[in-house]
Each structure stands twice: as C-alpha cells, then as structure tokens.
Design a protein around this ligand. Structure first.
Ligand SMILES: Cc1cc2nc3c(=O)[nH]c(=O)nc-3n(C[C@H](O)[C@H](O)[C@H](O)COP(=O)(O)O)c2cc1C
Length: 179
C-alpha cells in the first residue's frame, strides 16, 4: 500500500472537492491508504517565529512528511485558491520541507465553467517556491467544472472524460512514488 495525504480546500460537508476525493479514495482503496487531514484546524501562520506549537500543525506536518505522495484538491474562490490551502502550504514551507520533491497531484472542482483553472494556476505558482517544490504530475490537468452536475446520488463521478484523466494522473502519481 502507498500512502497519500490529501490537502483538500473544500470547507462544506457537501463540498464537491471532498466528494471528488472521497470517490478517488474509494476507487483506489486496494492500493492507496488515503488520509485527509482537516486543514481548517490549522491556525493561521504567524511570521513572528512562534510557530509549530499546536498539535494540529505538528500532526499535519508529520502526515505530509511521511506520506508517499500528496494530492491537492482546490476549490476556486474569486479566481484563486482558498485561504485554507494557502495556509496549509505555508505551514509546509519550513525545514524539513515536507513537500520538497514529493510526488504531488493537483486537482480541483468548482461549480463554474472553468473548473478551477485559475485556482490551480495559483497553486502552481505557490508550489514553485523553493521551500515547497514538489514533483508535480503534469499532464494531465484535472479540472472538474459544473461539479454540481457531475455526481450521481451515491457520489459516483459520472463525467467519464474527467475520470479517465484521473486514472491517468493516479497512474503517473504511483509511478512517481516508485522512481
Ligand atoms: C467566496 C467564493 C468565491 C467563489 N469564486 C469562484 C470562482 O472564482 N470561480 C468558480 O468557478 N467558482 C467560484 N465559487 C463557487 C465555487 O466553485 C463553489 O462554491 C464550489 O462548490 C466550491 O468548492 P467546494 O464545493 O469543494 O467547497 C466561489 C465560491 C465562493 C464561496
């Protein structure tokens, strides 16, 4: 089993990003141990050096550091990623740099037409920081637009084109772990 930690920016209990990653976690449950820490439990980062104290932060950083790979699922808020994702990534930007060189897959779901393309571009820029610098799966891009129309009542993803891109991306992510 490979371990994947998912940094998910969805905040609602009926979040489409959470629905998406729950579906992927279940689809890959025989090969991947999936964990999805609550990033909203992380305090806002402070720039005064008084960091790394809370259990939520140390647990989160340990989970990221020990995972074989990372999935980042971002909603799009006003053409960007969410404050929660940005804060979680900022927490990862201190030594021992848990995201550095980590196989990482970016995805996102939104109710808009463009399916988080701007939020994902924003996350890509953030990840270019020397303190973060994961190894990103690229391509394919996983952009789930009109997410409110893409799941059945059981939470199955009904968009077969996106599903085949997800399978391609997950295959690449698993290969990256093994290199
Ligand atoms: C503050 C705010 C700003 C939003 N801005 C965008 C946007 O720029 N582009 C977009 O496609 N959807 C936007 N949306 C709609 C989100 O795509 C939608 O709420 C989506 O369901 C959020 O993901 P989630 O269900 O995983 O929480 C916005 C929603 C909120 C609450």
């Amino acid at each position: 089993m490979k371990s994947v930690v998912c940094i998910n920016g969805g905040t609602a209990t009926d979040s489409y990003n959470k629905l998406l990653t729950r579906y992927i976690a279940s689809r890959y449950s025989t090969t991947i141990e999936w964990s999805e820490p609550d990033i909203m439990a992380l305090p806002l980062i402070l720039a005064n050096g008084d960091n790394n104290q809370s259990v939520a932060v140390t647990d989160f950083l340990k989970t990221v550091a020990s995972a074989d790979a990372v999935v980042i699922a971002t909603p799009e808020y006003n053409n960007a990623t969410t404050a929660g994702i940005k804060n979680a990534l900022d927490w990862c930007s201190f030594a021992p740099y848990p995201l550095s060189d980590k196989p990482t897959l970016l995805m996102g779901a939104s109710t808009g037409t463009l399916g988080t393309v701007r939020a994902q571009q924003n996350v890509r820029e953030i990840l270019q920081s020397a303190m973060l610098s994961p190894r990103l799966v690229n391509p394919p891009e996983i952009l789930l637009g009109h997410a409110n129309t893409k799941f059945d009542d059981q939470g199955n993803l009904m968009d077969h084109q996106t599903l085949s891109l997800i399978d391609e991306a997950m295959h690449k992510l698993i290969q990256m772990i093994e290199v």
